[in-house]
Design a protein around this ligand. Structure first.
Ligand code: WTA
Length: 653
């Protein structure tokens, strides 16, 4: 059987597709309308230059005006834009009118610090109201923002400050994490200590801790922002004006700074937010309360926590802290308090929740407000998917719709996902391309693969929110994404995927995460999913390790529910219990996928290393197992687990 039509766009003609994107752009307010919907000049292999993509040429708009002012102008100024919940329990509700005023003040402040259109501002903050405000203030004056995860190391921040040549760094004295205040300003100081273009460091007081201060360079937010007028006249910018730079959490090499522009990005953010998370019943939309649990610095949050929801005038929750502080039910408490209707999170978090609540979410939490659940960041294993659907949807007899959204920092907005209005949902399946974009799954030559055969997923028709280039390195934009299928003009996403018999798409993980065992291609994610079906497993990370017999073997790092099973120098009794559990796990995999997929080694560990965006660092697992030099671990969210895993691996060798 061959897949005929499913993967391509729902539109019969290119004209119809363009008309769709014209309509989508009309969700926004434009000062000047566009004359050309899109223009794509093909890649130039000679010059090693990717395609030049432009959308809404001739159009002028302001992203911040679209996210605040226009809702106020429409008489919705008193509507809550953001419910902020701090980790220590402090709460603030910011209306759209408030938001407009605060963005205006911050815009004046940036101008007073000498920031002009085109300048870069690096924002190194936790999830705070000010983080959203300063981001939109940059957009308001045409400055290019680049958000860096609040927990990133000084080194990672330094690279971004220097690579962007930013003029201003915005940071905070400290942040609250698991009940304590953690310093942030120290990292900021270290990051700006070398050669750079930083003129001012704008500091928010969050924890009130004592911090080092450089007179003349450092300025307090409450001095320079809160004192500004609350009205600011916005300029309107060409659609292709750069809006932000998003660094991808690269596992090798230096991170790539993807450049996103204003009109196209905002259009697709707004339109896809609507398709995925807004109540399909328009009369109920005013009650929508969206919660995307991602950190604001991640692309997920840019699109579905800042620009998408705010351009639609939706009420949102933003939460500063970790999900299990002060107790593992914190998220459910938040859902209940704000009557969250759409909950968008990461599979890794779902697995943690499953570990914390093996009996299910306590009935004392009222989750009846939820009407759609969503995941992003990695393939969701069917167990986690089912758990979330059943647990969140326990008040909805048919089960809540679940959107498994597949996309990337590069695409800027969701590419594949079921729609909440679909009449069936398959666990772990990102379904099909959303209207207006098209994908295919092809082999190395560009031929569409047969169902249930792995191929490369390519975006054959990109949407308006596609990244335009790599900051300061256009050649890398070409070689990373466009070179492989330059003849066809397709974007190489870097993920393996397959169609099922219905033409629905399953993402199988990064193509570099595929393990080839005796010529059989197996996805690390598939093996992990199998392992976590065992009720004794909280989480699992699987990586390839060299094997003389089979080429590669699968090595599994498993976090057991029973922590007493972890131990690097086990006594006889523990060794026997470990061996029994490991045998059980191997047979779980054999039953789920087949004997070929059985991990050769299973290590019981306290945690698996993850990037800030929740992705398991499988390459690092290989290095740990092999005892080779570790790559850069500064971007991990749980770096302290590394020495512990290392000790366990060492004892094994
Ligand atoms: C992975 C996050 C499977 C994938 C928005 C992709 C997923 C990378 C999914 C992009 C999903 C994201 N199913 N895999 N629903 N969503 N991924 O740039 O490997 O942080 O290429 O963007 O995450 O990660 P990024």
């Amino acid at each position: 059987m061959t897949i005929e039509s499913a993967p391509t766009s729902a539109f019969a003609s290119e004209e119809a597709r363009q008309a769709f994107w014209d309509d989508a752009a009309r969700l926004l307010d434009w000062d000047t309308s566009w004359h050309t919907t899109s223009q794509i000049l093909p890649a130039d292999p000679e010059a090693k230059r990717g395609p030049q993509i432009s959308w809404y040429l001739g159009g002028k708009l302001n992203a911040a005006v679209n996210c605040a002012d226009r809702h106020v102008a429409a008489g919705r100024g008193d509507k809550v834009a953001l419910y902020f919940e701090g980790e220590p329990g402090d709460r603030v509700a910011v209306t759209y009118k408030n938001l407009q005023e605060r963005i205006s003040q911050a815009a004046h402040a940036l101008e007073s610090l000498g920031v002009v259109k085109g300048d870069r501002v690096v924002i190194y903050l936790p999830v705070l109201i000010e983080t959203v405000v300063i981001t939109l203030a940059c957009a308001r004056i045409g400055a290019v923002h680049s958000l860096v995860f609040g927990g990133f190391s000084a080194e990672a921040l330094k690279f971004r400050v220097e690579d962007t040549k930013a003029k201003v760094l915005v940071t905070t004295d400290g942040q609250f994490r698991r009940g304590t205040s953690v310093p942030v300003k120290d990292n900021a100081d270290e990051a700006v200590s070398g050669e750079n273009e930083i003129e001012k460091v704008l500091v928010i007081r969050r924890t009130g801790d004592q911090i080092p201060w450089t007179e003349g360079r450092d300025v307090w937010w409450h001095d320079v922002v809160d004192t500004q007028p609350t009205e600011h006249e916005a300029q309107f910018f060409d659609s292709e004006t750069p809006l932000f730079i998003m660094y991808t959490s690269g596992t090798t090499g230096q991170p790539k700074g993807l450049v996103h522009t204003t009109g196209g990005y905002l259009t697709q953010a707004a339109a896809s937010y609507n398709m995925l998370f807004a109540n399909p019943d328009e009369s109920q939309r005013e009650k929508d309360v969206h919660w995307c649990t991602a950190d604001l610095a991640w692309i997920t949050a840019h699109t579905y926590e800042i620009y998408g929801p705010l351009s639609n005038g939706v009420t949102q929750v933003i939460y500063e802290g970790v999900p299990n502080a002060p107790h593992p039910g914190r998220h459910f408490e938040v859902i209940e308090r704000y009557k969250v209707t759409s909950y968008y999170t990461a599979p890794t978090l779902v697995r943690s929740l499953m570990g914390w609540f093996p009996e299910g979410i306590p009935k004392s939490y009222d989750l009846s407000s939820i009407n759609v659940g969503g995941t992003v960041g990695e393939a969701v294993n069917p167990e986690a998917w089912r758990w979330l659907r059943e647990q969140l949807g326990r008040d909805t007899p048919a089960g809540i719709p679940m959107v498994d959204t597949w996309w990337q920092s590069e695409s800027g907005a969701t590419v594949l996902s079921p729609l909440p209005t679909d009449d069936y949902f398959k666990p772990g399946c990102a379904a099909r391309a959303l209207p207006g974009v098209s994908v295919d799954i092809v082999d190395a030559q560009g031929q569409r693969v047969e169902p249930n055969t792995q191929g490369n997923i390519v975006i054959t028709r990109t949407g308006p929110s596609m990244a335009r280039t790599v900051w300061g390195n256009p050649e890398r934009y070409y070689t990373s994404y466009w070179e492989k299928y330059v003849q066809q003009g397709w974007f190489l996403a870097g993920d393996g995927a397959r169609f099922d018999e219905d033409g629905d798409i399953f993402i199988l993980g990064r193509t570099d995460d595929v393990i080839n065992i005796s010529g059989h291609r197996l996805s690390t994610i598939e093996i992990e999913s199998a392992l976590v079906t065992n009720s004794g497993v909280v989480e699992a990370g699987v990586c390839p390790t060299p094997d003389a017999k089979t080429g590669h073997a699968a090595t599994a790092f498993v976090v057991p529910l029973d922590k007493s099973l972890i131990g690097e120098n086990p006594d006889e009794q523990l060794a026997a219990r470990q061996a029994q559990f490991i045998a059980e796990l191997r047979s779980t995999v054999a039953t789920q996928i087949g004997p070929i997929a059985k991990p050769r080694d299973v290590l019981l560990v306290p945690d698996v290393p993850k990037t800030r965006s929740g992705k398991i660092m499988r390459r690092l697992l290989t290095q740990l197992f092999e005892g080779t030099t570790l790559g850069d671990t500064t971007s991990l969210q749980n770096e302290p687990c590394i020495p512990e895993i290392n000790a366990i691996c060492r004892a094994r060798r």
